[in-house]
Design a protein around this ligand. Sequence first.
Ligand code: NDP
Length: 328
Amino acid sequence: MLIALSLSVWISPDAVYKEMGWELAKGNVNGGAIALGHPIGASGRRIPVTLLHEMHLYTRSHFMAESSGIGSTSNFSGPATDSLRGKVALVTGGSRGIGRAISLELARNGAAVAVNFVSNVAAAEAVLAEIRAMGGECLLVQGDVSKKEAARSVIGTILEAWKKIDILVNNAGITRDRTMKKMTDEDWEAVIAVNLNGTYYCTAAAMPAMIEQKYGRIINIASVVGETGAFGQSNYASSKGGIIAFTKCLALELAKEGITANVVAPGYTGTEMVGAMPPEVLDKICARIPLRRLAKPEEVAKAVLFLARDADYITGFTLDVNGGLYMP
Ligand code: NDP
């Protein structure tokens, strides 16, 4: 485990930023959690005081920072292609972080991309502008995927606009980290609602159209934590482990319909939240990763592209993108 949770006093991210002398403006607009022993960046809201002490203890080493991929916007490799031309994709939580990179990668390869988000309109509009600037088709679809009606309406909007849906990337996710001793029902329910229920609702709503067209690529974003478990993340790890099991069931049930279902399980990935962290903390994290750096969101996006475009005979699979942190 990365961080010992001996002093389990929870404080707000604002206080942490103040304590650490970080720029609040660089943080996650929704309040990001620095998860315990967990990939950083998924939205959350609390941070243990212990973490502050640990951070102060870290000494700066020569690992990373430049190589972390943080803040990178142009790490896509290879030329833009037309390989997904004619395909319609939905990326839930497609406006920021990993989801943003997936939206751009699919659009860069010709797919019409519906970008779902819940609250940050500016971030979503920025993705829309980027996709349009590359000559791609994009639709912004606001909606909280944890609410069944909203999730159905997201899918309905896409079907109304584009009459089909070929690629569904269930990426929207949040964290509410607490040990079981401190976990509230609300912490548990909020994470399961977005991560697992949201994945179920969007899949259930998109399935009929995919079955009718006898084609579909469902890619669910889990986490290394869904495979390993993590201290202080029983809710999050359960949601991600649930996603992996759910995907295997989908793969079994939908194979005969021409639909594949796979998982991408990222490890620590450079997002805006990571960019606000002191380099020495990043060094410590990266020292635990065999490849000695965070994943770039674009590297996770490439795995999604592979499963969406090139993996016709792969289903029920979990593709780990974790720098060797966990090898099943
Ligand atoms: P971010 O917090 O950077 O972005 C989350 C995205 O999800 C935003 O677009 C946000 O929209 C959207 N979102 C949040 N809640 C909802 C909701 N209820 N309905 C619809 N959209 C929602 O997250 P990351 O990019 O870091 O993480 C993306 C996925 O990858 C998550 O599933 C996460 O668990 C997983 N992951 C992340 C890792 C990491 O290290 N970053 C590692 C392993 C897995 P808005 O901007 O409007 O809030």
